[in-house]
Design a binder for this molecule. Structure first.
Ligand code: NAD
Length: 500
């Protein structure tokens, strides 16, 4: 792997200024594919976090942003989208080097991120409340929709710019201000986006980005008394800790968490299309994907033949250097993550599943790469059927009837998404109703549209992102009751004897 890689040095954005950590501490990121330093970032502490929150608080309480006409906010969001689009190649390179994901895939994600900013800009002008003219001649009711305030955002490493773009532009669109803490291994594109936002005219303090450890600044951000809402994407375990921390001031909480998503293939499906989507669904982003199709449920009558084809196809998936545009599966993000994957693979062997493909680390000169892996003969009770592996590992189970399939699909504590493959309308609609998950894909997988709500049932999350549902997430409702004409006094009995 011969890629000329240079390390980039970043600062944090606090109150419109680019700054180092107050104590000067820094940390580095090493490319998981090349073992070379690719970024240096401030290691922010609580002092830096407090400054960032104070700036966001001031920008919300005293600044222009919350009451700025929607049309002006929309222009700024659109300018940010344009810059993201214009710099897609460079942003993709940063993201691929920090995360290990294929650069061609990263580029698609950067363009999808720009699309999210463009979509959110339309909400700047479509956020409104309600009126009630039905409360009697003496009362006029108004429902004001107001920004929730300062939003803390904590994001994971698997889709760095895409996930912050699922939150930030929507919060900004309705007039919130923000403090963002990206994952410590992939902060580069979030900081670059913050520079673009500043250049686009976002007022100082509206967006603040602090980089550092989840324990050191993530928990204090979730606990901070001056933060009104926390929007978190990451693991279910840390999501629980975020809820715990948020109790301090009972802030609003929105969580996007893990998944153990089934792809359910019925015998009557377009099996060629299903085959492609099963392989894509599990190996996309090295399986480091909340929506990973990590469970395959295949109808018994076609199981042997279909599973054999999945194995054959998975063997041909190009794994390698993320900077090579032909690569489909890049490097595993960290040694810790690799260890977790291998531990779960071992548990699959120990619990008696049949390892049909892979199962180990690839032999490479540099970096950390995992063989595409497939287990068949998996039982729903096994760990590899229940736990999020977050790696390129497929757990295959079989079913007889649609009712069996739904029962197995619902047999984990997660409920993020599912794929259903069938040509039968009754089966498609029946399964869409029966599966307890926030997204159901019918005869497709891993698509996403800013118009449609995204989020999880059960332990996959709390609340929804995207579309008008994001407006709900980032706003509060206020009832204004306006009395018209003379008001009956408290101590005077009303005509008709009503003494309330
Ligand atoms: P993670 O939970 O380890 O970390 C996520 C973020 O939380 C990081 O910024 C981290 O620094 C921070 N953090 C860590 N400990 C913290 C603490 N004690 N208090 C506050 N913040 C803390 O997750 P990850 O490993 O970065 O990402 C992988 C997980 O994210 C997977 O479980 C995946 O399913 C989930 N995910 C979910 C979605 C979704 O939309 N549902 C999308 C992507 C990833």
């Amino acid at each position: 792997m011969t890629v000329a890689i240079t390390a980039r040095t970043y600062q944090n954005l606090i109150d419109g200024e680019w700054v180092d950590a107050a104590d000067g501490a820094t940390f580095e990121r090493v490319s998981p594919a090349h073992d070379v330093v690719v970024g240096r970032y401030p290691s922010a502490g609580v002092v830096d976090l407090d400054r960032a929150v104070a700036a966001a608080r001031r920008a919300f309480d005293e600044g222009t942003w919350p009451m700025m006409p929607g049309v002006e906010r929309a222009r700024i969001l659109n300018r940010i989208a344009e810059r993201i689009r214009a710099e897609a190649d460079d942003l993709a390179a940063v993201e691929a080097l920090e995360s290990g994901k294929p650069v061609s895939q990263a580029r698609d994600e950067i363009l999808s991120s720009a699309d999210l900013w463009e979509y959110a800009s339309t909400l700047c002008r479509h956020t409104y409340g309600d009126t009630y003219n039905t409360l009697g001649s003496a009362m006029f009711g108004m429902v004001l929709r107001e920004p929730v305030g300062v939003v803390g955002m904590i994001t994971p490493w698997n889709f760095p710019l895409l996930i912050i773009s699922q939150k930030l532009p929507f919060a900004l669109a309705v007039g919130c201000t923000a403090v963002v803490k990206p994952a410590e291994i992939t902060p580069g594109t979030t900081l670059r986006m913050a520079q673009m936002a500043q250049d686009a005219g976002l007022p100082a303090g509206v967006l603040n980005v602090v980089t550092g450890s989840g324990r050191v600044i993530g928990t204090p951000l979730a606990a901070h008394p001056d933060v009104d809402m926390i929007s978190f994407t990451g693991s279910t375990d840390v999501g629980r800790r975020v809820i715990e921390a948020s109790k301090s001031n009972l802030k609003k909480v929105e969580l996007e968490l893990g998944g153990k998503n089934p792809q359910i293939v019925f015998a009557d499906a377009d099996l060629e299309a299903a085959l492609d989507a099963v392989v894509y669904g599990v190996y996309f982003n090295m399986g480091e994907c909340c929506n990973s199709g990590s469970r395959l449920l295949v109808q018994e009558s076609i199981a042997d033949e279909f599973i054999a084809k999945v194995v054959e196809r998975a063997r041909t998936v190009p794994v390698g250097d993320p900077m090579d545009p032909r690569t489909k599966v890049g490097a595993i993000a960290t040694d810790e993550q690799f260890g977790k994957i291998l531990e779960l693979v071992d548990s699959g062997r120990a619990e008696g599943a049949d390892l049909l493909l892979g199962g180990g680390r690839m032999d490479t000169d540099a970096g950390r790469f995992m063989e595409p892996t497939i287990f068949a003969g998996v039982e729903p009770t096994m760990r590899i059927a229940r736990e999020e592996i977050f790696g390129p590992v497929l757990s295959v189970m079989t079913f007889k009837t649609a009712a069996d399939a739904a029962r197995i699909a619902n047999s984990t504590t997660f409920g993020l998404s599912a794929g259903v493959w069938t040509k039968d309308l009754d089966t498609a609609i029946g399964m869409s109703r029966a599966i307890r998950a926030g997204t159901i894909w019918v005869n497709t997988f891993l698509e996403g549209y800013p118009e449609l709500p995204f989020g999880g049932y059960k332990e996959s999350g709390l609340g929804r992102e995207f579309g008008r549902f994001s407006i709900d997430a980032f706003t509060e409702l206020k009832s204004v009751q306006m009395h018209l004409g003379p008001r009956t006094s408290w101590w005077m009995p009303r005509s008709g004897g009503d003494a309330r």
